[in-house]
Structures are given as structure tokens and as C-alpha cells.
Design a protein around this ligand. Structure first.
Ligand code: CDP
Ligand code: MG
Length: 756
């Protein structure tokens, strides 16, 4: 990581997308999207009205008549979905031609690796075949997905194919949300859900078959599941495991389970012409938008798929593309065919995601702008043109900050090939790579680094410990995480009080593992119990688990800021979030109320669902409810006891330094503390936002006393002047001690085992 990191990571993010506002995008994307999302309508006037129309030098205009004709005609392939019944579509998929053979192999083997091109029908068909072959008579067929979006969208599609309502025979479960009923026999879920289920049902008794889909993505949860499922396979003869993968890695998977058969679904793909940039491009958002426009007005029909890194960029690109189209229409007297611009990323509400699969009306070209979610998880038919920026976002552990951060990285060669392949699904296509061939050959890694080797493992460690995997070094990992990584994560858990000095789960740690939450948030809930402010804390945790509730249209910034300010509780953004939820509840969870106060109703509704789910867990654990309102000190204390790891000390006006690593960090202008001019000596924050400056997000003022109580390993009164270096030294020393103690324990255990 550090190798590619230093060589290639570009700090493109802030430069390119920060000043292009998200709301502008919603404005341009039209009322339809806005209606579904439930965002208040922005004012009519747009910036583009006064904008100077740019020249499109590279664009070669065709005769308008021919041009729109061209788009109307010959769209036979993407009309495919329209002309065939849903059952006929099923039979058209490549997997259908090998259905019986595949089922035979599955009957004869307990574990099978299935390999097939994206779109061959693995995700939607395999589960149905298994059902048709009788596997759901005594148990259910589960299918795991690394991505939430895929789980929901595929469950929708399959329930349609099986002509049942979602949540009846076919359902899905993702964190804090499920559509599962007593009749459910095919269950799509994220790999995280299945992993969490192993806590209450170690042998996964209710499943007859598990399809581990998209295993090549090597998500952290999938990698851990590999080890757990291997144990289940050895224990339960009646259990079947199917691992699906794009071509990559299949042999490795087969070897891991003891040389199990690899079944290949013959592909049906068309050649893709690959075009490279001659020179590296400066601004790939800009370059991609230009390329899309060029394709749209010069090339024959076929939809466009653009790969970008994340939500902000995608929205910026959508916005810019829509603007260009507007300009084009107003600057030429010719008929410009319609371009339907569709964003696709995981945080996008599912109703909007569904638009991707809908066929555009005749004469309209679709242009989908997506994250790497469209690389393998979701297949959209009718794509003839792919524009690949060559970058993607990856979660990596940032040792400087001591936390995970999503960072932009060049994709691997395998991903680049996967991306270009998307253009050849319905006919011969073209892929425009916005990087040089030299970069592809010499700078890109052959395949992506598995998540387990690059992220914080705290939750996984907590979970494995609670599954009685005492010694993580003995766990059957396909690619063991670096020992440093394990140790760092264990240290974080120890600091939180979830592990004791020899690395075993404490009582608190055991309880923390019951919540599908990041360990600090789980600790916050449990501290809420202890301090008697559970109600408040659960609301705050729910609000922290959803996208931002604040809606801030660019053209109504002043108004929306004023609306936000009304909710401020001067000493804490956490309490401000609580306040908002309370007020919303008081107003009967009304949508109108949200619109008036510039709040995203969907985000609040999501928070309400999360809250319900958390309360369900609390009831199951028989943890009684408690509240301390209107006294809020205890709530701040609970926040402090979970986030003391992210503490900062005042240095200048609005300026802080992180207590642990000395990094300067700032109050964000949107913070309640900033707005109320409240600059306390000590604060804790939820996370750091990396833009031009390091901004603390969601900040709460705390007493130094609380920091000392919560994190005695970091803070003491005497040492208030100790330098960051000394802290660092001490942290290292503690880690070494812990390591030694664990090593001793291992030796003792090994001796004991030998004497048995
Ligand atoms: O898993 P794999 O990539 O092999 O294919 P799949 O996801 O099962 O997709 C098979 C077909 O179902 C594709 O042609 C998709 O276009 C279609 N599909 C769909 O129409 N709607 C969805 N939500 C998912 C898939
Ligand atoms: Mg699939």
C-alpha cells in the first residue's frame, strides 16, 4: 500500500469536487429525483442561466435528422428486456445453458467454486436453481454480498423473477434493515450480517446452503467468513457452500477448501476496443465529462458507464454533464438527443438505484456514473461505452491518524480489466481509459490488496474473540492480516476496555460484540446504560449511523444555516443531533417539519429505523431503558468514554491539536461549538474529515477529568505537559508489554496442550 500510495495517490479530491455543491446536482437532475428523495425544491434560477457557453472543439456535429434517427434505430439489444418475458430473460443467461451440469457438481460436492463473467447469472440464478433442486425443503439458501446495494437490488430482482413479494419467499437483510418473513427461503444479505449471525448460531443451522458471492472482492467480512465457514463445512455434512468469483482467485479459493472443484460458466462476451490517453490527465472528472459528451453526439447508440471514486465526484460529474448538455442545447439550433444522467453509489437511496435498471425511452441515451460498485456487483445491460478514470476509493488504515480512512487509489489491473469488460456485455464495445498505457502496465498493481490486510480489525477481532477464537494467529485466514495490524486493533480494543491485559475478552467486550456497531459506538451505548442515559445515547448513535441530516442548498445557504442554528446545543454536536431527533419526534415524525427546517427526511427516517433495531437488541439483552434529560452532562460523559481516543486540546482560536498524535485539527464552521463561539479547553470528536484542513466532525466539549477516567493510559493530570513524542513512546511500550504478556500466555497454553 505504501508503495502505490506514495507513488500514485493523488490528492484530487478536494481540488476537484469540494466546491461543486451536491445540491446543485439535485437541482439539475430534475424534480423527479428530488421528489423521490424528498428534498425540498430549490429555487428556480440556476447558475447555468448566466454561464458563458463553452466551445466543444472536439465535438463533431452530425446532421440532426440522421443523428436522432441513429439513436432511435438499432437499439434492438437494449430493447431486449422489454421484448422478453422475465422467464425468457432467465433462460437467455449464460448460466442457464449449464444449469443441470452445475447442479450435478453441487450434489456431488460439499464445496464448489463457481466462476463466471459478470452478468452470467450467478447472483440471481444460483439461489433459484438451488431452490428448484430441493435445497430449501429443510433450510434456507443464503447468499452473501459484500455490498448493501447489491443485496437489496438483487433480492428485488429475484423476488420479481419468482413472482413473490419481497420479504415473502425472497428477502434480504442488511445492517439495521431487513425484509425477511417466516416464509423466506432465499435470503440475500451482506457478509457482515452472516458474520454477526454466527454469534448466536455458530453452525449456521438454519442454512442449508450458503452462496458466498463476489468472493473475489475479498472484503474483510468475506475473508473472515471463509475461516468460519470452513469449520462449519467440516462439522456439518448436510451443509453446502458455493463460492462465486470473477475469474480472479478461483484457484486460491479452491485450494483453501482442500482442492474443491472449480466450475466455469462459459462466457458470452464481445470484444472491447481499449483506448488509452496519450498523456496523464489533470482533472479526470472534467476529462470524463468531455468524453461522455463526445460519445453522446458522435457515436452510435449504446449506453455509457463512467467509473469514478465516490459520491461527491459522481455528483459533481452529473452536475457538470447536465450543465454541458444544457449549454449544448441552448448553443446549437440542432436537435440534441436526450441524455439520461444517472448516479450510482452505495449511499444512494434504493429507489434511485432502481432507475439504473429501467430502460430509457426511445432516442434517449443513458449515462451512468458509478463507483466501483458497478465493476462486478451490479450488472446493467446495454452498456457499449465505458469511461474509466482509473481511480477508486479504498478503506485503508492510516497509521498517522490511527484510524481507517477512505482514500483514493489507482485501481489494479484486474479492476481495470473488469471495468472495460462491462462494455462488451451486449455487443462489441469501447473502453476509454483516462490514463496512459504505461501507467496500466507499470504502475498499477496486478490485483487489489485484500481489505483484511489494510484496515482496522477491531470489530472483527471482537467478534472472533466472542466466537471463542482465542488465538487469532491460529485462525484459518486465507491471507493472514499483518501481525502489526492485529496488534494495533487489539490495542484499540484494550484501550476501550474490551480486552484485558492478556488479550482476552472482558465482560464489557463480550457485551460490545452484541451490537453490530463499530466498537467505540457499542461502548457508548453500554456507557449510556451504566450512566443512566441510554435513551439519549441510543438516539445519538442512531443519528451517527446515517448520512448527514442537514440539507444545505447552495442558493439558500444563509437560510439553511439559520435553520440549523436553531437546534444548536452550544457544548455539543452530539447533543445537537439528539435535540433534532427529539424535536422531530415531538412533531410526530412529520415530513413537512423536516422540509421547513432544512433536514433530510430520509436520513432521519433511517435514523429512526436504526434506533428501533438498537432498541430491539437492548430488549433482547434485557438492558433496561434510562434517561437523564434535561441534564446532559452524563450524555457528554458517555460520549467521552467512547471517543476519548479522539480527544483534542485547544491551541488557538478555533484551533485544536489531537491529544494523541499532535495533529492540528479544526472546528468545522458547521459545528454547534463554532456557531455558538464556544471554544472549550478539551473536546472529543467522532471522526476527522480530511479536506484542505483536518476538520473534526461532530464535536463535544468534555471535562479533562472525564478524559482521565476514561483513558488513564493516555491522560493524567501530572502529565498534562508531556509531549506527543512521550505519549507515542508510552503507547509503544504498552503495546510491547501487551504483546509479551500474550506471548507468555500462548506459551503456557501450548505447554498445557502438550501435557494433555
Ligand atoms: O452475478 P452475475 O454478475 O453473474 O449476474 P447477475 O447479477 O445474476 O445478473 C444476471 C442478469 O440479471 C443481468 O443481465 C442483469 O441485467 C439482470 N439483473 C437485473 O435486471 N436487475 C437486477 N437488480 C440484477 C440483475
Ligand atoms: Mg453477481
Amino acid at each position: 500500500i505504501s508503495r502505490i500510495g506514495s507513488a500514485l495517490v493523488k490528492e484530487i479530491h478536494e481540488k476537484q469536487s469540494m466546491n461543486r455543491s451536491r445540491e446543485r446536482f439535485w437541482e439539475l437532475a430534475g424534480s423527479k429525483l428530488g421528489d423521490i428523495l424528498g428534498v425540498p425544491k430549490a429555487a428556480e434560477q440556476t447558475d447555468a442561466d448566466s454561464a458563458v457557453v463553452e466551445e466543444h472543439g472536439e465535438v463533431d456535429f452530425k446532421e440532426d435528422s440522421k443523428f436522432s434517427e441513429l439513436l432511435k434505430k438499432g437499439d434492438a439489444v437494449s430493447d431486449f428486456a422489454k421484448s422478453k418475458t422475465i422467464q425468457e430473460q432467465r433462460q437467455y443467461l449464460p448460466i442457464y445453458s449449464v444449469r443441470d451440469e452445475l447442479l450435478q457438481v453441487i450434489r456431488e460436492n460439499q464445496v464448489v467454486v463457481v466462476v463466471g463473467e459478470t452478468g452470467s447469472g450467478k447472483t440471481t440464478q444460483l439461489t433459484q436453481y438451488l431452490h428448484e433442486d430441493g435445497y430449501t425443503v429443510n433450510g434456507i439458501v443464503g447468499c452473501t454480498q459484500p455490498r448493501r446495494v447489491a443485496a437489496v437490488s438483487v433480492a428485488n430482482r429475484v423476488s420479481e423473477e419468482m413472482e413473490t413479494k419481497l420479504g415473502d419467499k425472497v428477502g434480504y437483510a442488511i445492517r439495521f434493515e431487513d425484509e425477511i418473513g417466516p416464509n423466506t427461503i432465499i435470503k440475500y444479505m451482506t457478509d457482515g450480517i452472516l458474520l454477526h449471525e454466527t454469534r448466536s448460531d455458530g453452525d449456521l443451522e438454519k442454512y442449508r446452503v450458503i452462496v458466498m458471492d463476489e468472493a473475489h472482492e475479498r472484503s474483510l467480512n468475506t475473508d473472515v467468513l471463509f475461516g468460519i465457514l470452513k469449520r462449519v463445512v467440516a462439522k456439518r455434512r448436510d451443509f453446502k457452500l458455493i463460492v462465486t468469483s470473477a475469474t480472479l482467485n478461483s484457484q486460491k479459493f479452491s485450494n483453501f477448501f482442500g482442492s474443491v472443484p472449480v466450475f466455469n460458466i462459459p462466457g458470452r462476451t464481445f470484444p472491447v476496443n481499449i483506448l488509452y490517453n496519450r498523456t496523464p490527465c489533470e482533472d479526470y472528472v472534467e476529462a470524463a465529462v468531455k468524453q461522455a459528451i463526445t460519445i453522446h453526439i458522435t457515436s452510435p447508440p449504446g449506453d455509457i458507464l463512467i467509473f469514478m471514486t465516490g459520491q461527491e465526484e459522481i455528483e459533481a460529474a452529473c452536475c457538470s454533464l447536465a450543465e454541458r448538455m444544457e449549454q449544448l442545447i441552448s448553443s446549437t439550433k440542432k436537435v440534441v438527443p436526450k441524455l439520461l444522467i444517472l448516479p450510482l453509489y452505495s449511499e444512494l437511496p434504493s429507489k434511485l438505484q432502481a432507475l439504473i435498471f429501467q430502460k430509457a425511452e426511445a432516442g434517449t441515451r443513458k449515462c451512468i456514473i458509478a463507483t466501483n460498485i458497478a465493476e462486478t456487483s451490479l450488472t446493467v445491460d446495454g452498456i457499449y461505452y465505458v469511461i474509466d478514470t482509473g481511480y477508486g476509493k479504498m478503506k485503508v488504515y492510516n497509521s498517522r491518524m490511527g484510524m481507517d480512512a477512505l482514500q483514493v487509489f489507482p485501481v489494479s489491473r484486474a479492476s481495470a480489466d473488469q471495468r472495460s469488460g462491462r462494455a462488451g456485455r451486449t455487443g462489441p464495445g469501447t473502453c476509454y481509459r483516462l490514463y496512459t498505457e504505461n501507467a496500466y502496465i507499470n504502475e498499477m498493481l496486478p490485483s487489489p490488496v485484500p481489505e483484511i490486510q489494510r484496515t482496522n480489525l477491531s470489530y472483527v477481532i471482537l467478534l472472533l474473540k466472542s466466537l471463542n477464537v482465542e488465538n487469532l494467529l491460529d485462525f484459518d485466514f486465507m491471507d493472514p492480516p499483518p501481525q502489526d495490524n492485529i496488534l494495533n486493533s487489539m490495542y484499540r480494543l484494550w484501550v476501550l476496555g474490551a480486552l484485558n491485559n492478556v488479550g482476552s475478552l472482558t465482560e464489557l467486550g463480550r457485551k460490545m460484540a452484541d451490537f453490530p456497531l463499530d466498537p467505540p459506538l457499542a461502548k457508548m451505548v453500554l456507557m449510556g446504560e451504566q450512566l443512566g442515559c441510554l435513551e439519549e445515547v441510543v438516539t445519538i448513535v442512531s443519528m451517527l449511523s446515517v448520512p448527514s441530516v442537514f440539507f444545505r442548498p447552495k442558493d439558500r445557504a444563509v437560510e439553511s444555516d439559520a435553520a440549523r442554528e436553531k437546534f444548536f446545543i452550544p457544548e455539543s454536536d452530539h447533543l445537537t443531533l439528539y435535540n433534532i431527533y427529539q424535536q422531530w419526534e415531538k412533531h410526530n415524525f412529520k415530513e413537512d417539519w423536516c422540509n421547513v427546517h432544512f433536514l433530510h427526511v430520509k436520513a432521519l427516517q433511517k435514523a429512526r429505523e436504526v434506533r428501533h433495531q438498537l432498541q430491539k437488541i437492548l430488549r433482547k439483552l434485557k438492558i433496561p431503558s434510562s434517561s437523564c434529560w434535561p441534564d446532559s452532562d452524563l450524555v457528554r460523559k458517555a460520549v467521552c468514554s467512547a471517543f476519548f481516543n479522539n480527544a483534542a486540546r485547544l491551541k488557538g482560536v478555533g484551533q485544536y491539536v489531537d491529544c494523541r498524535n499532535g495533529i492540528p485539527c479544526h472546528l468545522h464552521p458547521s459545528s454547534a461549538l463554532y456557531g455558538m463561539g464556544c471554544t472549550p479547553e478539551y473536546v472529543v470528536y467522532h471522526e476527522l474529515l480530511l479536506t484542505k484542513k483536518e476538520y473534526m466532525q461532530c464535536v463535544t466539549c468534555v471535562e479533562p477529568q472525564w478524559l482521565m477516567e476514561a483513558g488513564p493510559m493516555y491522560f493524567s493530570i501530572k502529565e498534562s505537559n508531556t509531549s506527543f513524542l512521550e505519549h507515542k513512546k508510552r503507547e509503544e511500550k504498552e503495546k510491547t508489554t501487551m504483546e509479551e504478556e500474550m506471548e507468555n500466555l500462548r506459551k503456557v497454553q501450548a505447554d498445557a496442550d502438550r501435557n494433555k
